[in-house]
Write a protein that binds this ligand. Structure first.
Ligand SMILES: *Cc1c(COP(=O)(O)O)cnc(C)c1O
Length: 832
């Protein structure tokens, strides 16, 4: 990008829109303030400055973006298309500055304009286009794909309202509409010319084409227009700038309602309402029934738009439909996009006139499926009447896929009708249900779980029959998270120390952190390590104070559990421990135990009553504990409201202890566990998800393990689990439950927590009571370890040192090699 503009007297010769030095940045910020926002410095609000800076950073990404798109168009590349209903990308400004490598220059430029960079960064709205781990994983993968210079496009939905904002009132969660787009989104580039049309409802007709072949025509009741809204995704210190393409729905005005008779007319008008609300709102997960129809419509909408877009790209290259699989590797992030199996077949057979067998071969070679859950209630199914009324043609295709698949099974397993019924795409045991995980598996060449344990259990449980039929299709790719956002951006103090200790290369080769182990016994290094942690804890303490009014001591053990609130994640097990610890301290104020600050954060699905009650319980416990002078300097409990990526930035780096206490076998992987580990927290956890691998990497002696194993959990269940026996056999547990039941944490209200206590005593589906005693004992080991600060510092250092495996760069490398067969492509800026 040679600068042939005349040099300005006052500064550098760098062009304003692309120059990376402070002077060019400063000039571009002023340009954008005036030319984009029609404002000038004297009257600019902080948000004006934020926006002018964001546009200036975006300017620096666009040349790279164009070069990237051009290169992919010109070369014979295979592109990874990551289909996900959620992308929880978090604030973009800070990350883009880091990836461009212009942090110091930006700070200088803004200071010259009288603006503090950190203040401006804090003004960015969270793009909450996801519920939690699954959406955040998709975002981490986009970062690694770009950083590894891998051709990729993320495809999803541009929700107008993302995940709700959480407020806490009287200890209860309240949901507030997320209006993230209210002030506009500087990262979004809308392409009104890149549109797709998606059909819904209506009926199908058989037709013969000019060659006399039977063709099916779908006569929809309604069509929706999808408009591409792109967000550039820049890699770290590379020119690769990939695209996250999110689809916004619009009504198709020209759609001719007169084609319908009166009966269809009302139906058509109703369907039109759908088109206008399709991409309005993200559905919180863990929600029962409500909003099902719209959700299915959302899934089909974004999948159809995305696949049509791939064909558009193929057409631009002048390549035939038959080369689809050579050009695209389509990854299905859970079953939300599983309808892609039927839609790709429809596009190939109905729209591109390919024969069934060829189309099926292309479909299978293109698609791969990632499973994210073994929880039976979370496995996606759709009732056939609903599915048929919304997607009549895709359903016919699914019937045909199933007919052929079941024929194959009957040949292979003659007489084993039970197996055939188990594997069918349609569950016919009760009201007929379409099984999306089966559809995704049958239509893919690769299926993977997201941690070693999860992939093993997947093959033994929900997809067992499929793993027996096609063992070679099953893989494991343990999740990872991006160290750019979750170390460099959110923990700059640690990053500096790591740069000085192991050299700068660690950020793109996280296994280099192993070199830290050699410093774990160096007293001076430990001292610096602890200073970084302390300063992160001070920053979190300040945030806690401003968000909740609670004053916490940064010198105490920060014991943190942040993640969605769910019974299987067992925040209530943690609460029971706090209650018991509180009772111990009240009985014996001299008790030798680590002074702790417990921090919780996470949203509950609005319709998940038990999860909301757990939030209320935590706040009830906090109220009692925090106001009891008898324990005051030893125990604090905080529920940090509105846990999201933005807040996560200062929570993970401040943790001493990471709570990963799900019932073994229930958490597919977890990624929060990895973010904590990278930032030097020790884990207390069960043998679940990626905890197993975390413990393997860091060593048993640097991990606090407790609880039943997945196998033991199953055995206890099969043996007729009686939770009340555990309560009766353990006086402290009985006491904690009694205090809750008696209204001790609900200002005397004995009703409030009745459902929770009774559920624990009578059913306890996630074995909270069975694991309580071992958890208590393990927490005592934590306390003892904390009393020896040198030992704790050493373990903390080793956790970061052995976190290398959990970089999303490693995970994306495995997807590229094992599943997608995609290699990096260097982007040359000079080709512009
Ligand atoms: C990482 C992350 C999660 C996932 O946390 P788990 O502990 O793996 O459940 C959820 N929400 C946000 C905002 C995250 O950053």
């Amino acid at each position: 990008m040679a600068a042939d503009l005349p040099a300005r007297a006052s500064g550098s010769a760098e062009p304003a829109r692309s120059g990376l030095d402070a002077d060019a940045l400063q000039r571009d910020v002023i340009d954008n303030l005036i030319c984009q926002q029609a404002r000038y410095p004297a009257i600019a609000t902080p948000h004006d400055w934020y926006r002018a800076l964001a546009c200036s950073v975006r300017d620096r990404m666009l040349a790279r973006w164009v070069a990237t798109v051009q290169t992919y168009a010109a070369r014979d590349v295979r592109v990874a298309c990551y289909l996900s209903a959620e992308f929880l990308i978090g604030p973009q400004l800070g990350n883009n500055i880091v990836n461009l490598g212009i942090e110091a220059n930006t700070r200088t430029a803004m200071l010259a304009l009288g603006q503090d960079l950190d203040m401006l960064l804090a003004l960015e709205e969270e793009p909450g286009l996801g519920n939690g781990g699954l959406g955040r994983l998709a975002a981490c993968y986009l970062d690694s794909l770009a950083t590894l210079e891998t051709p990729a496009i993320g495809y999803g939905i541009r929700y107008e309202f993302g995940i709700f904002d959480q407020q806490i009132r009287d200890g209860w969660q309240e949901e507030v509409t997320d209006k993230w787009l209210q002030k506009g989104n500087p990262w979004e580039i809308v392409h009104p010319d890149v549109t797709c049309y998606v059909s819904f409802g209506g009926r199908t007709e058989n037709d013969t084409d000019a060659q006399g072949r039977l063709r099916v025509r779908w006569i929809p009741a309604n069509q929706v227009k999808g408009v591409a809204c792109d967000i550039p995704i820049l890699g770290f210190h590379v020119n690769t700038c990939n695209t996250l393409r999110l689809w916004k729905s619009e009504a198709v005005e020209s759609f001719d309602l007169q084609d319908f008779n009166a009966g269809d007319y009302y139906q058509a008008v109703q369907e039109k309402v759908i088109s206008e609300t399709l991409s309005k709102v993200l559905y919180p997960n863990d929600e029962p029934e409500a909003g099902k129809r719209l959700r299915l419509a959302q899934q089909y909408f974004f999948v159809s738009c995305s696949l049509q877009d791939m064909f558009r790209l193929l057409d631009l290259k002048g390549e035939p439909a038959s080369s689809f699989a050579d050009r695209f590797a389509v990854q299905l992030n859970d079953t939300h996009p599983a309808i892609a199996v039927a839609e790709l077949m429809r596009l190939l057979v109905d729209e591109r006139q390919l024969g069934w067998d060829e189309a099926w071969d292309i479909t299978r070679r293109s698609l791969a499926y990632t499973n994210h859950t073994l929880l039976p209630e979370a496995l996606e199914t759709w009732g056939l009447p609903l599915f048929r009324s919304l997607l009549p043609r895709p359903l016919e295709i699914i019937y045909e896929i199933n007919r052929r698949f079941l024929d194959e099974l009957r040949q292979r397993y003659a007489g084993d009708e039970a197996r055939v019924a188990r594997m069918s795409l349609i569950d016919e045991r009760g009201k007929k249900l379409l099984r999306m995980a089966h559809l995704a598996t049958v239509g893919s060449h690769a299926v993977n779980g997201v941690a070693a344990l999860h992939s093993t259990l997947l093959k033994q449980t929900v997809l067992r029959d499929f793993a027996e039929l096609w063992p070679e299709r099953f893989h494991n790719v343990t999740n990872g998270v991006t160290p750019r956002r979750f170390m460099l951006l959110c923990n700059p103090g640690l990053a500096r120390l790591l740069d000085e200790t192991v050299g700068e290369g660690w950020i793109t080769d996280l296994t280099r952190l192993r070199e830290l182990a050699a410093h774990a016994d160096d007293a001076a290094f430990r001292e610096r390590w602890c200073r970084v942690k302390l300063s992160n804890k001070e920053a979190l303490a300040a945030r806690i104070r401003s968000a909740t009014g609670i004053v916490v001591d940064p010198g105490t053990l920060f014991d943190i559990q942040v993640k969605r609130i769910h019974e299987y994640k067992r925040q209530h097990l943690n609460a029971l421990f706090i209650i018991s610890l509180y009772q111990r301290l009240r009985r014996n104020p001299q008790l030798a135990c680590a002074p702790r600050c417990f921090v919780f954060g996470g949203k509950a699905a609005p319709g998940y009553a038990m999860a909301k009650l757990i939030i209320r319980l935590i706040n009830g416990v906090a109220e009692v504990v925090n106001n009891d002078p008898a324990v005051n300097d030893r125990l604090k409990v905080v529920f940090f409201p509105d846990f999201n990526v933005k807040n996560a930035h200062f929570i993970y780096p401040a943790a001493d202890l990471s709570e990963q206490i799900s019932t073994a076998g229930k958490e597919a992987s977890g990624t929060g566990n990895m973010k904590f580990m990278m930032n030097g927290a020790l884990t207390i956890g069960t043998l679940d998800g990626a905890n197993v691998e975390i413990r393997e990497e860091v060593g048993d002696e640097n991990f606090f393990l407790f609880g039943l194993t997945a196998e033991q959990v199953e055995r206890v269940r099969r043996g007729g689990y009686r939770p009340e026996d555990y309560a009766n056999g353990n006086p402290e547990l009985r006491e904690a439950l009694a205090l809750i039941a008696e209204g001790h944490f609900s200002r005397g209200d004995r009703n409030m927590f009745r459902a929770l206590v009774e559920n624990l005593l009578r059913v306890d589906p996630f074995l909270v009571l069975a694991d309580y005693a071992d958890y208590m004992a393990c927490q005592e080991r934590v306390s003892a370890a904390w009393q020896d600060p040198q030992r704790w510092a050493r373990m903390s250092i080793l956790n970061t040192a052995y976190a290398g495996k959990f970089s999303s760069d490693r995970a994306i490398g495995e997807y590229c090699e094992q599943i997608w067969k995609i290699r990096p492509v260097k982007i040359d800026l000079d080709r512009l």
